[in-house]
Design a binder for this molecule. Structure first.
Ligand code: TRP
Length: 329
């Protein structure tokens, strides 16, 4: 990038309603790179690896873009765009398929999980999902990829693909580094705190959506599964409390020690309400801004268009290098 500016890339799928896991765990951390060249993408090509209702996919694409902006990413300073608007993603995805091994893809835990959940639709795209993700990243000569811990394996693979391609054809791609902040990257289900909070969870009490109103948020936190102990700290069998501590910490910036001290004489009920309160307050401005943006489709479309143009400019540079290296005429 110009002036040796480091490049940041990340993506969020426009599938399912967005949760506080997406916000606290990922999107909010995207603002941490004010001096970098940042690309944030709505990965609709990835979303179709699982069947989508077209009207829902379309709406969620706008919603995800609006959430990027509402969580503090200024479209004037960051490249915000939709993956399918830049065809080079699919093109490089195919090329990288040819530099990705069947065995590597077979070992991906997300593939194993998703094929268990969608046994009637184990399509080739679900299998090659990680090489498309590698294409997203490598297309922009990305240095840093902020992701949740669950994406670490995919990122390792992207690094291997980049190194393999560079090994065969000479320096072509920057080998990207993951950026996984200590707290917050993995928010767990409120009902089953050993599982990730997932936007597609069928149990509505397990998941807090960004659009939930304050009463709903409070009700969900009051019902959060905890344990039969009564101290507010992390430990064996205390995944529920640990998750609430993570959420509280994300919203307040307090450390585990501070939280334990603050609630040393409080019961779980009090703590759950306190977590509900801070989440409601953290989400309030985001929800307001998001609602305002969702009413302004024309503005969102203008952001998408300008983002895609900028992204395509950088993608084109990488693609011409790749084509030359491969021997395409
Ligand atoms: N696989 C990521 C997820 O489900 C989304 C994603 C697609 C992504 N392409 C990416 C994340 C590139 C980071 C970089 O969360």
């Amino acid at each position: 990038m110009l002036n040796d500016q480091k490049v940041v890339f990340s993506g969020v799928q426009p599938s399912g309603n967005l949760t506080i896991g997406n916000y606290l765990g990922a999107m909010r951390n995207f603002s941490a790179f004010p001096d970098h060249k940042c690309f944030y993408c709505v990965v609709d090509l990835h979303a179709i690896t699982v069947r989508q209702v077209p009207a829902d996919l379309r709406r969620r694409t706008y919603e995800t873009l609006a959430l990027y902006i509402a969580s503090g990413l200024d479209p004037e300073k960051n490249v915000l765009f939709v993956q399918s608007h830049v065809p080079a993603h699919a093109e490089l995805g195919w090329i990288l398929d040819c530099y990705t091994m069947f065995g590597e893809l077979s070992r991906m835990t997300q593939f194993k999980d998703k094929s268990a959940h969608h046994a009637d639709n184990i399509n080739a795209g679900l299998f090659t999902y990680p090489s498309l993700m590698a294409a997203d990243i490598l297309l922009y000569q990305t240095d840093i990829v902020p992701v949740g811990i669950d994406q670490k394996q995919h990122l390792e693979l992207a690094r291997n693909i980049a190194a393999r391609f560079n090994g065969v054809h000479g320096e072509t791609f920057v080998v990207p580094e993951p950026y996984i902040p200590e707290t917050g990257m993995k928010i767990m289900s409120l009902a089953e705190p050993t599982a990730k909070m997932s936007k597609s969870d069928p149990n509505p009490n397990a998941v807090v959506y960004i659009l939930d109103d304050p009463d709903t948020i409070m009700r969900k936190f009051r019902r959060a599964v905890t344990d039969s102990d009564c101290t507010i700290c992390r430990g064996e069998g205390k995944e529920g409390i640990a998750n609430l501590m993570t959420i509280y910490s994300c919203c307040t910036g307090k450390s585990d020690e501070e939280i334990t001290a603050e609630f040393s004489s409080a019961g779980y009920g009090k703590f759950k309400e306190a977590v509900g309160e801070v989440v409601i307050e953290a989400l309030r401005p985001v929800r307001q801004e998001w609602t305002r943006l969702m009413a302004d489709k024309a503005y969102l479309e203008q952001v998408m268009k300008s983002g895609a143009e900028q992204a395509a400019y950088y993608a084109r540079k990488t693609m011409s290098k790749v084509r030359r290296k491969l021997g395409f005429v």
